[in-house]
Design a binder for this molecule. Sequence first.
Ligand code: GLV
Ligand code: MN
Ligand code: MN
Ligand code: MN
Length: 403
Amino acid sequence: MITSVPSLMSDISGVGRDRARGGYSRFVLTPAELELREWFGGEAARRSLDVEVDRNGVLWAWHSAGSSTGAVVTGSHLDSVPGGGAFDGPLGIATAFCAYDRLLNEGALGDRPFAIAAFPEEEGARFGVACLGSRLMTGAIDPDRARGLTDADGVSYAEALAGAGIDPRHIGPDPDRLKSLSAFVELHVEQGRGLIDLGQPVAVGDAILGHGRWRITVRGQGNHAGTTLMDDRRDPMVAAAAIVVAVRDLARQQPDARATVGRIQPVPGGTNVIASRVEVWLDVRHPSDEVTASLVARIAASASSLAASEGCTASVTEESLSPTVHFDASLRSSLCAALPGAPVLGTGAGHDAGVLGSHVPTGMLFVRNPTGISHAPEEHVEDDDADAGADALARCLAPLLRV
Ligand code: GLV
Ligand code: MN
Ligand code: MN
Ligand code: MN
């Protein structure tokens, strides 16, 4: 059985469509993502792969072999940002199943165990911390902190896990599992224009830009929109608006920096209510962690003074920080050797591969996105390129399975 990637992608094209925002909203452990996890189980079962849900809620589809160590793993994630595209995450899972079909057909599955993995909450769209599953597995986040993270409705990660039948008491570092893996290769839709400009369908990943998230809490005085005179207000929304502009201006002064406020939450959030508090979520990326730290410090200082001029306060909390990652050089050479002529590209987007990379030899493949747009409904992959991605993945995995 050789399945085509477009046919697998079309099987899930109706799951988690977001009518209000456009695109897809497949938040971790909500009905849409759970439906994709079911689909993953069904695709595994059709191939007689053994499905495992590990202590951190990571899904694995195992082709077991003679040996129990040195497993070669490929995969990605099933969750999405709000109103995201169809490919960010699921393309890496669909191509993984299709690459498996090719490897099986060619008799290329050797003695090493092989698995397809799907990591929960890669986007951090529901609980705020990106790559939550891989961070837990590698010990990059304290399990108590992860259990206590809450979504917009106040549901904790512990409650969400329990609701999906995953015991939240058991989440946390999994060194034995990490030791049992010999390589992790994540295929992902490209989230920029690199491959369009090069006129190529597939690239080998090189590095992930360092990035982090901070929450700026701006506090003022909640009050009535009609009875509070303009001069009597301490309105944190006004301060937040100035802070958003300052983020853009400060980032522009720092070469190679990217800083974004893509989410802002006034509390309580009523048209006729002056907010009492505003949560401003900040995403900052730069190749140097020192530069990121100094840019965030300048943003924090500016936020405090802008808040003070509105009679408000601003405090900054770090939510997560991921240093720049350079993928394993020898694995990258192996991927390049399997794909002669494929370009080597870095990315400004975060991935579970970046988190796993400090524990397991890790690499990535990127597939051309003809719009160059991602984290938006316009993200796209042509059918031929999707299948070229599965072919490339199979070609990259085959030698890893032979060693
Ligand atoms: C995830 O895709 C990120 O880069 O934020
Ligand atoms: Mn993403
Ligand atoms: Mn992704
Ligand atoms: Mn990502």
